[in-house]
Design a protein around this ligand. Sequence first.
Ligand SMILES: C[S@@+](CC[C@H](N)C(=O)[O-])C[C@H]1O[C@@H](n2cnc3c(N)ncnc32)[C@H](O)[C@@H]1O
Length: 274
Amino acid sequence: MSTTADDLREEVRRRYAESARAVTEGSGECGCGSGSCCADGESDAAMFGQALYDVGQRGELPEAAALASLGCGNPLMVADLNEGETVLDLGSGGGIDVILSAKRVGPTGLAYGLDMTDEMLALARQNQAEAGITNAIFLKGIIEAVPLPADSVDVVISNCVINLSTDKVAVLTEIARVLKPGGRVGVSDVLAEDRLSPEERAERGSFVGCIAGALSKGEYEEGLLAAGFEQVEVSFTHEVADGMHGAIVKAVKTSEPEKLGLPVIQPAASAGCC
Ligand SMILES: C[S@@+](CC[C@H](N)C(=O)[O-])C[C@H]1O[C@@H](n2cnc3c(N)ncnc32)[C@H](O)[C@@H]1O
């Protein structure tokens, strides 16, 4: 029987529900905290998870938020956040990057976390309460159909999640939709060298382990440009398997969509009172 996109997404959801439960119950199963849930248990703990945050950042977090960290980088090092900005974290997991972002944007700013896994959302909200953060909102949903209006976000971040999507074009299109013109995206993710075919990527690790679904550097760059981004920068930071790397991806949503031949949608004339 062939595996459909829905089957894969359900497998991902089950895997990360298990990770959240392991942190909540303190069982340590699945190696959470070492980050090895995301690394299939084969990679070095220093390549995934809380080891990628500096001591100062970890000190700002409840212990469970740091323990639940399953990322492959530190998007806060990628995206410069300013007071008063609105940030969206795609696949927010236990909430580590949302909590750190909420502190960076301050009381006049807002940090959204989006995740499809109920157990992760519960853990994130518990960590938010423990950290005393009031300017953050965790939303349930999928990153392929973000439940936020167009042009509503200044910065999109994400940590080791886009590789888990079964529809990367939809994710990049959604990032472009929710960002304001001139908005930034700063993402940590696993990427493949361009020489590796999809089959060769799959030989190096599983889809739920953040390896088999990774885009190559060239595919990421092309996808961002096609979605309406400019100033696209992709840099490898550390190798997680032969030809597979933790990477930083940065881009800016163009403020001139007509340059790309994209239709400029004018707001409809107001028909009512307001
Ligand atoms: C590897 S963990 C990373 C969590 C977090 N970003 C971190 O750094 O700790 C992946 C997270 O993304 C969520 N996720 C995976 N695919 C998703 C999708 N298509 N839509 C929404 N959430 C998704 C999972 O539920 C999980 O919480």
